[in-house]
Design a protein around this ligand. Structure first.
Ligand SMILES: [Zn+2]
Ligand SMILES: [Zn+2]
Length: 432
């Protein structure tokens, strides 16, 4: 006898998405794809791993992601690779490598897929998590910022997120950020004794990272500290004002949060977050910002850009519960005996090839339990085939949704079912 083997479990923080849950994922992804494509975005699929250097340069040393959270490993060729912790750096790499900028001034791409960060597992945080993100590269005008924000508002309204709020900030550019950084650092240097040990290091290496600290004492200091809006240069102020005017024109409500910096170094000017206050501490469902310096820092020509990422896990818990029961559709062949089974199998094959959802019993169930199964799985029609039906050249078709049954000649049964199924689908379409 073979010894019983211990069961191998999945990795903590990397959950399975089971068939009962996946319907919600597919609906959110499908809505996002449709809306993104309506706004002129095309999908791009970059690899799950990249050279480690890409993220170190693209995200920045001194950030929590680069310092503490990356899944970095040496492959068999002794090259340092990293599972992507975010989607922007890979997209910019692909944009430069494949010269997507030669196809017109504004390059609009989106991606959907898993990201990887080694974080302490807690509610709403995973080590493999999923993002829907988009990048609009090549145009500096605030109209692009407004369009990106409008797209997200449209998506969240379409999906039924009931309580989203938009928070907006500007963190300046290379002209005015040094002034802000200096004011901010001077303020913090005068209050060193109140900073946590991590922030003391940040104060030397990259003082603005103190804005991301979660320690209560540091947050209290940040609340009183100089903010970026007070240090904006004229160009940044004009950009921020135009964005707000356009959002008002588009009737999108927002609040200014002058401490919103986002955890990444590459943002310039506009930063924004969509939050769902119902989610508690981890309440951001999407965030993004402008990154006019990033393409240059990645070795490309100076090129402005803006992007966002939606956290799919948090978006999904923000959606209203839905009726998980599928709409009545398709044909279930309930068969008795081998001859009927073979007839049923051929009919099912034909229906499937014509695009109809169809199934039949392969476990030799009783007629009663086949009918119960057809009902449970919401098949619109049950096609009943037994000895008597075959002898008479007829099939009994039962309407599972509305009740009632009819005898249909076997020769015509496929066409008959096709027209009934099509009519059902058309009716449902018009109900929505
Ligand atoms: Zn701190
Ligand atoms: Zn500026």
């Amino acid at each position: 006898m073979r010894e019983a083997q211990p069961m191998i479990r999945g990795v903590r923080g990397a959950p399975d998405i089971l068939p009962v849950e996946v319907i919600r994922w597919q609906r959110a992804e499908a809505a996002a794809r449709r809306i993104l494509e309506n706004y002129g975005y095309q999908e791009i699929r970059t690899p799950i791993f990249e050279r480690t250097e890409l993220f170190v340069r693209g995200i920045g040393e001194g950030t929590d992601i680069v310092d503490k959270q990356m899944y970095t490993f040496e492959d068999r060729g002794h090259e340092s690779l990293t599972l992507r912790p975010e989607g922007t750096a890979p997209v910019i790499r692909a944009y430069l490598e494949h010269r997507l900028f030669t196809q017109g001034d504004l390059c609009k791409v989106y991606y959907i897929g898993p990201m990887f960060r080694h974080e302490r597992p807690q509610a709403g945080r995973f080590r493999q998590f999923h993002q829907i993100g988009a990048e609009a590269i090549g145009v500096a005008d605030a109209a692009v910022d407004a369009e990106v924000i409008d797209l997200l508002a449209h998506l969240f309204d379409t999906l039924g997120v009931d309580t989203w709020e938009l928070q907006l900030n500007s963190i300046g550019d290379e002209a005015c950020r040094p002034l802000f950084r200096e004011r901010f650092a001077r303020y913090m240097r005068g209050r060193k004794e109140k900073l946590c040990p991590d922030c003391l290091v940040r104060l030397e290496r990259n003082p603005l990272r103190i804005l991301d600290c979660k320690v209560a004492g540091c947050r209290a200091l940040v609340a009183e500290a100089p903010n970026s809006l007070d240090s904006l240069c004229e160009k940044c102020e004009t950009h921020f004002r135009r964005l707000q005017e356009l959002l008002q024109l588009l009737k999108i409500d927002y609040t200014i949060n002058n401490h919103l910096v986002r955890g990444l170094d590459y943002y310039t000017r506009t930063t924004f977050e969509f939050v769902n206050p119902a989610l508690g501490a981890q309440n951001a469902i999407a965030g993004g910002g402008r990154y006019d310096l990033l393409v240059g820092e990645m070795g490309g020509p100076p090129t402005p850009g803006i992007g966002f990422a939606i956290g799919l896990e948090r978006l999904l818990i923000s959606l209203p519960p839905e009726d998980s029961k599928e709409a009545w559709a398709g044909v279930f062949a309930a068969v008795l005996g081998e001859e009927a089974f073979q007839m049923g199998l051929r009919i099912i094959q034909e229906l499937r090839r014509k695009g109809i959802r169809a199934a039949l019993d392969m476990e030799g169930r009783s007629l009663k339990s086949q009918m119960r199964l057809a009902h449970k799985e919401c098949y619109r029609h049950a096609l009943i085939l037994g000895d008597e039906e075959l002898k008479a050249g007829l099939a009994t078709v039962k309407d599972m949704a509305q009740g009632g049954q009819e005898q249909v000649p076997l020769r015509e049964v496929v066409d008959w079912l096709m027209s009934r199924e099509r009519r059902g689908a058309a009716q449902e379409g018009s109900d929505r």
